[in-house]
Structure formats: C-alpha cells, structure tokens
Design a protein around this ligand. Structure first.
Ligand code: AMP
Length: 186
C-alpha cells in the first residue's frame, strides 16, 4: 500500500499516519521529522532548512525533492509507505509522479484530513505549550496555514483528478478519525 497524507498543520496527520503505518506494517516517512532531526544534528540540510522552518515557510523544493529521491533510491519505500508532509507544492507533486513512474511505483491513495481553521489554532497552541515546537507560535501558525492554503491545497485537486483522493473528517476523537482513516486506506 502506497499512501500520501494531506491536511493542514495540526490536522492530526502525523499521529494518524504513524498508527496506520504500524498497523499496515509499512514505512512512515515524515519530511518534517527528517528535517527537524537534520537541524538537531547540524547537517548541511539542517542548516539550509532551519530558517524556513522557524518562519513557518516551506523549504525550497529542490532540497526536499532531493531528500525524497534519496529515500526512493535507498529502497526504504519498496514494501509500502505513507508519505506524511510531502508533497506540499505542485512542483513536488509533479516530481513525485515522475519519480514513481520511473521506479514503477504506484500511488494508491491520497488521504486528506479535513479540520477547520479555528480548531487548528486551538490544537496548535496546545501543542506549542506541550512540545515547545519553535514553529507553533501564533504568528507562525497563521503563516503555516496561509502557506498550506496557497501552496499545498492545489494538490488536493491534483489527486482528486486522478481519482485517488479520499476525504476524512478530522474533527472527532483520535480513535474515530482513525477508524475513518482505516476505511479510507482500503
Ligand atoms: P511538518 O512537521 O510536516 O509540519 O513540517 C515542519 C516544517 O518542515 C514545515 O513548516 C516546513 O518548513 C518544513 N517541511 C516539511 N515538509 C516539507 C515539504 N514537503 N516541503 C517544504 N517544506 C517542508
């Protein structure tokens, strides 16, 4: 099973993707996690990405596409995967399609977690207090939502047009959302 997770920051993507990957026994790849680790380790990638991340902007496409290319080439994704946080722009989505065609990988589903803006602000402010993520302050949250709307939302239609998009209502308990996610992955 090869799946892409879409949804605004705070939609619960990460939590749901981790759980689904475990149950389906497939690889979970979060570009946000890879980048945060790179920043922590002080690698070149981390140094290049850090400023964008703290401002709530997207890191440049070529950096992130290179990262995904390396994962595809490594064979890590060959037994199934969930991509969490990628693609985030149309050029990323188009590069991914080309990469997959070249490597005879097919994308089965794009699961979209839908959560309204008010609920997202509430959740992300809560997360900021608990986890202290540098990009969870109010201004940066607003910026990340705006970036989602402008750069990532067009991808929803791209996958809808390919008939692999499944909408999941994300404003419910974690367990109920997960049930819907499982259903969407069938
Ligand atoms: P996330 O944990 O998925 O919300 O990602 C945290 C931050 O990492 C984002 O706000 C971006 O700065 C960066 N990031 C993660 N994935 C991508 C991507 N596919 N394209 C560009 N930037 C990304």
């Amino acid at each position: 099973m090869n799946i892409v997770f879409l949804g605004p920051p705070g939609s619960g993507k990460g939590t749901q993707a981790v759980r689904l990957a475990k149950d389906l026994n497939i690889t979970h790849l979060s570009t946000g996690d890879v980048l945060r680790e790179a920043v922590k380790q002080g690698t070149d990638l981390g140094k290049q990405a850090e400023g964008y991340m703290t401002r709530g902007e997207l890191v440049p496409d070529d950096l992130i596409i290179g990262l995904i290319e390396a994962k595809v080439a490594s064979g890590e994704l060959k037994n199934g995967f969930i991509l969490d946080g990628f693609p985030r722009t149309m050029p990323q989505a188009e590069s991914l399609s080309k990469m997959f065609d070249k490597n005879q990988i097919s994308l089965d589903k794009a699961i979209l977690l839908k959560v309204g803006d008010d609920e997202i602000m509430k959740r992300l402010k809560g997360r900021a207090q608990q986890e202290g993520r540098a990009d969870d302050t109010e201004d940066v949250i607003k910026n990340r939502l705006e970036v989602y709307r402008q750069q990532t939302q067009p991808i929803e239609d791209y996958y809808r047009g390919r008939s692999i998009l499944v909408d999941v209502q994300g404003e419910d308990t974690m367990d109920n959302v997960y049930k819907a996610v499982l259903e969407a992955a069938k």
